[in-house]
Design a protein around this ligand. Sequence first.
Ligand code: IMP
Length: 418
Amino acid sequence: MLGTQWGDEGKGKIIDVLTEKADIVVRYAGGNNAGHTVYVGKTKYVLHLVPSGILRRNKLCVIGNGVVVDPIGLMEEMEGLKKIGVKVSPKNFLLSETAHVVFPYHRELDASREALKGTNKIGTTKRGIGPAYGDKAARVGLRVNDLVDKDRLEEKLALRMKENNALLKSLGGKPISFKKVLGAYRAAGEYLAPYVTNTVVLLHEAMREQADILFEGAQGTFLDIDHGTYPFVTSSNTTAGGACTGTGVPPHRMDRVVGVMKAYTTRVGEGPLPTENGEISDLLHGMGREFGATTGRARRCGWFDSVATRHATMVNGIDDLAITNLDGLDTVKSIKVCVAYRRGKQQYDYVPNDARELAECEPVYVEFEGWCAPTHRAKTFRQLPLKARQYLKAISELTNARLYIASVGPGRDQTLFP
Ligand code: IMP
């Protein structure tokens, strides 16, 4: 399961719904830049690293090797969950020994580089994600198995701190205390050690026992480091291929790809958003919707972009769609849907790779008559207004995948199956 837009598609809720039928939920990419909001009854949970499956009993949650882990953040999240009565133990939660670790210098570098870029900034979450994946690609990163080995941690960290403090100084930042970081990370390593395992072998053993595994994507297709609107992207492969490399499960073992999308479009951070529109932004913000779960930032909003979602279907091989936030459009009289992009004389039915080229694209719209009625109380798909059902059908056809779920609110009971 993955996002087909620019993240924040409502994946937390859909994962929670799909988890009912799964044995294992595994997160494959990203870090605590993600924020998955799930409501169980009236209780709101915001998860950043721990897979949303943790909220259901008898499910094993796994953080795969493709994730970058801030161990202090993870520890706090686990403790926060325990405090509100959610069971978290090595029986239901495991962490890959080869996931990379995020350190404070990654966060500082993330912030310094953004400041240096000025108006060209990416608008990152400042969680150190880019620098942590950068270290992984440069083969100088520390992994979870380094974190849980006290001596190895000290030796490797000393070297990394030397280089990163020099780098921070050159960018006008303050050096970070090695002693403090070592102390905090040793404690985190000790806390997390019982959860650490070879998750690749674990997942293959589970597959041999016919376990159902759900792969939890974070962010969205157009934030993918390869397929997104580079450089306004995150630093991991958020698309379907990332589920293989980020867990060690081969492609032919994946049965089905579920793409999650909003009934409109949103984006946080900078970068092109062809269907961005002030009217719909004001409307959704006025309803108290579309504020980021991780940073609280107001999301940029726009009309549904079927060029983007169709492209996402192509890149991810999406079979089924979960369309969320339909109720956000309940009061809109005339709903626009982007069906192509135009740039000068050129028409596109795919998303150009170059962010500058995309920024010059004008959306070509078709209009749908709104249903102008509340949908959040619908308990079955048939109970939705006819025009709402027609809209859902049209956007799934334009996206080139089957409509599988429509969601009309954050609750588990606001999930409709056509
Ligand atoms: P980073 O992942 O913090 O480096 O941020 C890079 C870009 O991805 C920025 O535009 C962020 O706003 C965006 N981003 C990162 N994580 C999320 C997410 O979970 N939802 C939506 N956007 C995200």
